[in-house]
Design a protein. Structure first.
Ligand SMILES: [Zn+2]
Ligand SMILES: [Zn+2]
Ligand SMILES: [Zn+2]
Length: 167
């Protein structure tokens, strides 16, 4: 018998449009007793437009109307509300992206040299095989899986070829 697969692990669900994301963030903030202010909207928009997780410096340079101090505060608040995920790398710059619930399930390639983080998706068949393998490992310890995160650690193309990439 095939075990039921948690909905969050499907790799084929459709990415939300801007309005849907705004509605979802509004709902998450409401639960956290917070309002979706203009500044928070702009912040979410900047994250949506980013090609991958962004540092605070990258967010501020993407939208000059955002002040670094309020960006930091709002990112923490959005993270607590479950709308934003913080990606931890081994450099001092945390990177932020919209939570998978608002975007799509994916994985990261983290460059240990320049700290760059790239988003990537596996094809449905590979994701399914990965999921089954992880489920087997989890079941062996009685662990119940609701989601998985898997990051590749190594060097980005620029760093691997000896160049210097700016994070
Ligand atoms: Zn790199
Ligand atoms: Zn990502
Ligand atoms: Zn996955």
């Amino acid at each position: 018998m095939k075990p039921a697969e948690p909905a969050a692990l499907g790799s084929n669900f459709v990415a939300m449009g801007n309005q849907d994301v705004d509605d979802a963030v509004t709902a998450l903030l409401r639960v956290a007793d917070q309002r979706y202010t203009a500044g928070r909207r702009r912040l979410v928009a900047a994250l949506q437009q980013g090609e991958g997780p962004l540092t605070i410096t990258q967010i501020v340079s993407a939208d000059a109307s955002l002040a670094q101090s309020s960006v930091y505060r709002n990112l923490t608040l959005l993270e607590d509300a479950g709308a934003v995920t913080r990606i931890v790398t081994n450099d001092e710059f945390a990177r932020y992206e919209l939570a998978e619930e608002l975007t799509e399930h994916h994985h990261h390639m983290i460059c240990t040299r320049c700290g760059d983080v790239l988003d990537f998706e596996l094809d449905a068949r590979t994701e399914e095989a990965l999921h089954l393998g992880l489920e087997r490992a989890a079941k062996a310890t009685g662990f119940t899986t609701t989601d998985h995160r898997l990051d590749l650690i190594g060097f980005c193309a620029t760093c691997a070829s000896g160049g210097i990439s700016q994070p």
